[in-house]
Write a protein that binds this ligand. Structure first.
Ligand code: EPU
Length: 421
């Protein structure tokens, strides 16, 4: 297994380019299942989760060709309705095959994802919505089995704005009979990106990016070309890396508007952020110690849970006591014991983490528990004195593209090494 070795303590300098968004590319690739015709998707990040999604689509009968960041998909002959446990257990986003398979083929069998390091993560809202569109849904032997001759448009009010749940229902509604109106849905920019792609394929969608989306079903979708939006979580991670090391870096190729709440909190910590006038980059400068701040994770446009672990690393070295409240995933504090190993002072009280900043962290051997927790540990390592080794970096590889290389161009001493056993 690979490890990441970091020699911390040097401020980062230079320019880093942001890649395509994993969480937009995943539903967009899954949406290829909705019809024949060639789909050409550009700016797809070359990360493990996207490789898994391509594997799943191939298994279902989609012809998938990859050339660097371009993925070409042709789904005229989808033969299978089943997303098996072996693949789903390695990537929960496989649930995104459910809506498209059901609406296109009238039947879908998708393994329940099972446990997850960051919380229980049920999919009841996906299933409830599909049932409201007329699907017969059963959960049996660990599999979701859904059937419907043709889904019917319905009014669906979500109890919580689930991201992949919203995406599944939008995709299902594209080929349903009549009009579907989805209320209290997630407003994440990745959903608007999916809707942009579906619209290019001939779907009729109104309200993308708002909490009410209306979809008029059509009988078929055609091929289309699309470029995936920039990854706001990757951008936020680098902005925070610039801040925690007291560096001066420019994060290019992001959409600064997608990071409003994150930027506000980082500025409150005393970091100077200068956004490009065209909204696609930001310069990050930090010359004084960070200041404590209060942060609560919320659905978009609130502070993203996917940047919570990284923010906790910053709070660990900020002057004063910070409070971080996690409201999206109940179990997303597994990085805390690892940060303790690096000298951080963090107490967990239910959904709150009380973080007393220390003047400096010390390098240590730590273990990644999920994708974003790994990123938090890398940031802590960049700020710490001495050497930090992060093991189980396969978590990191699920969602960050060429991370150590990108940090290398910013002058960080970050290296991938093979674990010696
Ligand atoms: N929830 C339910 N029932 C459902 C669906 C969700 O109770 O049917 C609850 C979840 O248990 C959780 C909350 O709603 O407490 C939010 O979950 P959501 O469904 O919005 O999350 P998701 O769609 O499974 C996506 C991202 C995650 C990101 C979350 C929140 C993708 C592929 N995944 O997950 O990304 O953290 O939204 O923004 O888009 C990551 O990239 O590291 C990652 C975990």
């Amino acid at each position: 297994m690979d490890q990441i070795k970091i020699i911390g303590g040097s401020p980062l300098h230079g320019v880093v380019e942001i890649g395509g968004a994993k969480n937009a590319a995943l539903p967009i690739l899954a949406a290829s299942l909705l019809g024949g015709g060639e789909c050409i998707i550009d700016h797809v990040p070359q990360v493990r989760d996207l490789i898994t999604m391509a594997k799943l689509l191939e298994l279902l009968g989609v012809n998938v060709q990859t050339e660097g960041g371009r993925v070409m998909l042709e789904a005229s002959h989808v033969q299978s309705i089943e997303a098996p446990y072996d693949l789903v257990k390695t990537m929960r986003a496989s649930i995104l095959a459910l809506g498209p398979l059901l609406t296109r083929l009238g039947e879908a069998k998708v393994s329940l994802p099972g446990g997850c390091a960051i919380g229980t993560r049920p999919v009841n809202l996906h299933l409830k919505g599909l049932a409201m569109m007329g699907a017969e849904v059963q959960v049996d032997h660990g599999y979701i089995h859904a059937k419907a001759r043709r889904l019917k448009g319905a009014r669906i009010d979500l109890d919580f704005p689930t991201v992949t749940g919203t995406e599944n229902l939008i995709m299902a509604a594209c080929l349903a009979e009549g009009t579907t109106s989805l209320h209290h849905v997630a407003r994440e920019p990745e959903i608007a990106d999916l809707c942009a792609f579906l619209t290019k394929r001939g779907a009729k969608i109104l309200g993308a990016g708002t909490d009410t989306i209306t979809i008029e079903g059509v009988s078929e979708l055609h091929g289309a070309k699309h470029e995936v939006m920039p990854d706001r979580v990757e951008a936020g991670t680098f902005v925070m890396a610039g801040a925690i090391t007291g560096g001066d870096i420019t994060v290019k190729g992001c959409v600064t508007d997608h990071l409003g709440n994150v930027f506000t909190k980082i500025q409150e910590m005393g970091v100077e952020l200068t956004e490009n006038s065209d909204g696609n980059g930001v310069r990050v400068r930090c010359s004084a110690p960070l200041k404590a701040v209060e942060v609560k994770t919320l659905p978009y446009p609130g502070f993203p849970t996917d940047l919570q672990a990284q923010m906790m690393a910053l709070m660990s070295v900020a002057e004063g006591t910070s409070i971080l409240t996690e409201t999206i995933f109940e179990g997303r504090f597994l990085h805390v014991p690892e940060l303790h190993r690096m000298g951080a002072s963090i107490e967990i009280d239910g959904p709150h983490a009380v973080v007393k900043g220390t003047a400096s962290l010390t390098g240590a051997e730590v273990m990644a528990s999920d994708l974003r927790a790994s990123a938090g540990l890398v940031l802590a390592g960049l700020a710490a004195e001495g050497e930090t080794t992060v093991s189980r970096v396969y978590h990191l590889d699920r969602g960050y593209e060429r991370l150590e290389e990108k940090f290398g161009t910013l002058g960080a001493q970050v290296q991938r090494v093979r674990e010696v056993v």
